[in-house]
Ligand binder design. Structure first.
Ligand code: SF4
Ligand code: SF4
Length: 152
């Protein structure tokens, strides 16, 4: 094939590439983007320490905390979801502070572009006082103790 034929084919041959998809294809083992529910989060920060990819950041403040997630850093390993205390403590409970959504991750152009931060007020737990039993019977004295006011 001479050079002119090659040029002709290249000029009029149409597109040889395809557009990158809006969302990339993912492998069969893909677990999905991490989803966060601030209503259920207790601010324990376990997920941050379990995330070796540093996709989760946690900053404690006065009466509140900031939790953030960067899908661009995430390897979708699921360790944060497995370790979320809200998940572990509520066995059989279907709602967790963290879960994973199977939709493919979006494309980003700049580092940190997909990062999302939530500022959450710390929940205060008030311990309920033990109920007073007004009509509860008084404990009976031991069997061999003297009767009140009696002689020996
Ligand atoms: S799925 Fe893995 S990499 Fe992604 S935030 Fe959770 S622990 Fe980090
Ligand atoms: S492990 Fe769960 S409850 Fe603890 S900070 Fe992370 S999302 Fe919140």
């Amino acid at each position: 094939m001479n050079i002119l034929t090659m040029l002709w084919k290249n000029l009029w041959g149409g597109n040889r590439t395809t557009l990158f998809p809006a969302r990339p294809k993912v492998s069969a083992g893909y677990r999905g983007l991490v989803e966060f529910d601030p209503e259920l989060c207790t601010g324990c920060a376990i997920c941050k320490f379990r995330c070796t990819a540093r996709a989760i950041e946690f900053k404690a403040g006065k009466g509140e905390f900031t939790w953030s997630y960067d899908p661009g850093q995430c390897t979708f390993c699921g360790r944060c979801v497995e370790g979320c205390a809200e998940h572990a403590l509520k066995e059989g409970h279907t709602e967790h502070a963290l879960s994973q959504e199977s939709a493919p991750p979006p494309i980003y152009f700049r580092s940190g572009e997909l990062k999302h931060a939530y500022t959450v007020k710390r929940k205060t737990t008030v311990k309920a006082a033990a109920p007073q039993q007004a009509n509860a019977p008084s404990p009976s004295p031991p069997a061999n103790s003297p009767a009140p006011g009696g002689t020996q």
